[in-house]
Design a protein around this ligand. Sequence first.
Ligand SMILES: Cc1cc2nc3c(=O)[nH]c(=O)nc-3n(C[C@H](O)[C@H](O)[C@H](O)COP(=O)(O)OP(=O)(O)OC[C@H]3O[C@@H](n4cnc5c(N)ncnc54)[C@H](O)[C@@H]3O)c2cc1C
Length: 477
Amino acid sequence: MSKIYNVGIIGAGVSGVVTALQLAKHNIDSVLFEQEKSVVNGPPFCHLHAGGNLYPDISIEQCKLLMKQSIEMARLFPESIDERPTFISVPKTEKYEIAQLTKRLDALVAYYTSLIAEDPANAILGKPEAYYKVYSQSDLMALAKHPVVAVPKSADQWLINTLHLVDFNKLKTPVILVQEFGWNLFRLGAQAQLALEKSQYCDLKMQTNVRSIKDVRHKNLDHNWEIQTKDTVVKTRYLVNSSGFKAGDFDASLRIKTKHLIEFKAAYVSKWQPISGLIPELIFHGERGTPRGMVQLTPYRDHYYQIHAMTNAITLFEKGLVKSDAEIKLEFDRAITQKLKHGWETNEVNERTEKAIASVAQFLPAFKSATVGGPPLFGAQQIPGDDPSFRVGEVSFPCKTYARSEIVKASSALTVARQIMDQIKALGIISNLEKRGDENALLESISKDDIDALARRFAMQRGYPEALSQLLIPRKS
Ligand SMILES: Cc1cc2nc3c(=O)[nH]c(=O)nc-3n(C[C@H](O)[C@H](O)[C@H](O)COP(=O)(O)OP(=O)(O)OC[C@H]3O[C@@H](n4cnc5c(N)ncnc54)[C@H](O)[C@@H]3O)c2cc1C
């Protein structure tokens, strides 16, 4: 008789791997299917949204959730966190006011303080009183007299380096520096894959496409789901659909109704001349989807920079957002599907990266000398419901023994995994569930050197510069 797994997980993106790790921590066996060669191979991420400051329009509740979830994920994957801060500004041409953000920031400081009071290990973002700093016009004039610092150690030093490059005449004052850090997907993927390969509880099936799922709950068997791949049928008691933007396809095949959107986006890799001091991530806010959408410059090692610009000509795409009512398979148009399946044409890489560079150069004039540094980081994701500005998707349980991960930001992955664990416990389908603490011994057993080596390999195998797998400011252990 073939083995019956307790849990079957479709998709080893950040959600699938964190769910499998959480199950392994509780000694629950799972089988994890991933069609690609390595885990965390879907849409990219580079920013730990620890407070939602890239989104002036979202509610304080979403900001707090993003902060809490980001701290939890940073504690789980400390080797993936890049401790450089984020500079936030509003161009003079924009309708936003910095006051929209500062109001929320005070509430976030109070919330962060309460998280640290609950558990001092939550102090991932530094001291609460240093979570953010506001700089007025006169502060900027005073700081501008200081020389550049090679590796900044304080908020003021990060700002001094920014002042030497950014055209502040284009920006409203005040500006903000906030402790939202960088988040390295290659390093997270490397640590997760190494841990899962070591786990006796997870059967990781790479390069294995799930073709279909059969619901056999009504047949009174020892299992509820049959997962069909090219070569086998795998039986499981519980099913987790964490297949990212493909999650709706499996729902549709099971005639489960879900309302969701799928969105395709891209970020561009550029290389610039050496500059004398490190800079924070730079945000120039602007209205999403208009030609002046937000510009985000993310620094990496060896003078590589990643660029998002929230306009249809750069990060967003004309038909990049697709809506569904229910029970239908959502599809992108041919051009986007082609990119997802086969990658990009060189001329489009060059054209969009050059536009991305020009969008940064509006605010950082010297950046016009940057060049194309590699292929774009791109991918498609789901957004539950019908509101494209929704940022904290979690999980839904459309029927018994079936969970559908609906994360919008990578930071929600642990929350989803915990909710799935709670549902499995409540259903009572697995006996002898052990109570465990917050730590994950399997992840902690993976050495920094092994993470470094595999993260480098992941970056290079996927055609990116090795530097994209490295951190500017690693966490102090
Ligand atoms: C350009 C861009 C920038 C982003 N930046 C950030 C950021 O800075 N910070 C942040 O927190 N979030 C960011 N996000 C969002 C983040 O990337 C996603 O929330 C997250 O990666 C989703 O993870 P997931 O595990 O749900 O899905 P995915 O990562 O899509 O994982 C699903 C997996 O399922 C596999 N799969 C699908 N179908 C099958 C099948 N039939 N058989 C086997 N395997 C299958 C896929 O190969 C994939 O590996 C960004 C998204 C984009 C597009």
